[in-house]
Design a protein around this ligand. Structure first.
Ligand code: SAH
Length: 212
């Protein structure tokens, strides 16, 4: 008998991702593999594969699958990349990054969320992820430069420290804007300068810096 969550993931990938134009086979495969229901609270498991964000505690949310796919596709990740994620939250995107790259460094400011994410990621056998508790706007200088940076919370402007930790040719995706209105920015470092292109309109929880 087919596992019902496998069927739910196939439906999610076909109806929410492929149908809306996500084509990167590595991203689609990773989203077929990662058990999203393991990253949501037990009471919401039945909704794990639906087309919207879900609450994960501490006033935070696990992002909508489609938005996650768009962000991952934009980064054009390769299996040798080292990536930085800001806003671990549930750890779902961390797991996807772990499927798509060599090393994942992830930062979460809520200690309880960071700890739960570490537990789930370890239980699922992800050995190439490192979850830190702290202010992600500062990045992780000790492990820079990164091939890619994925920010899962909305910034009023792009934190300069994160840009400085991207290698030449490195990519970043980040929602930028106010609480109600944000746009995904895709950034590529070219000759030491960020080249920015604007993508989808989105709605994320705010990126909260403790160091303004
Ligand atoms: N990708 C996650 C998204 C979680 S929501 C998921 O799908 O589960 C965004 C997360 O960013 C929240 O958990 C929030 O606590 C965290 N966050 C906000 N500001 C932060 C900061 N300055 N540093 C690290 N994490 C931050």
């Amino acid at each position: 008998m087919t596992d019902p969550t496998t069927a739910a993931r196939h439906l999610m990938v076909d109806s929410q991702l492929r149908a809306r134009g996500v084509t990167d086979p590595r991203v689609l495969d990773a989203m077929l593999r990662v058990p999203r229901h393991e990253f949501v609270p037990a009471s919401l498991r039945a909704e794990a594969y639906e087309d919207h964000p879900l609450p994960i505690g501490d006033d935070q949310t696990i992002s909508q699958p489609y938005v996650v796919a768009v962000m991952l596709e934009s980064l054009q990740l390769s299996p040798t990349d080292t990536v930085l994620e800001i806003g671990t939250g549930s750890g779902y995107v961390t797991a996807l990054l772990a499927e798509l790259t060599a090393q994942v460094f992830s930062i979460e400011r809520h200690p309880a969320l960071a700890s739960e994410a570490r537990t789930v990621l370890a239980a699922l056998g992800y050995a190439n992820v490192h979850v830190f508790t702290g202010d992600g706007t500062l990045g992780l200088a000790a492990h820079a430069p990164f091939d890619a940076v994925l920010v899962s919370a909305a910034a009023l402007s792009v934190p300069p420290t994160l840009l400085s930790q991207l290698r030449e040719g490195g990519r970043m995706v980040i929602p930028v804007g106010s609480l109600d209105s944000q746009q995904l920015q895709f950034i590529r470092m070219i000759n030491g300068q960020p080249a920015v292109s604007l993508r989808d309109s989105v709605r994320f929880v705010p990126l909260i810096s403790d160091h303004d």
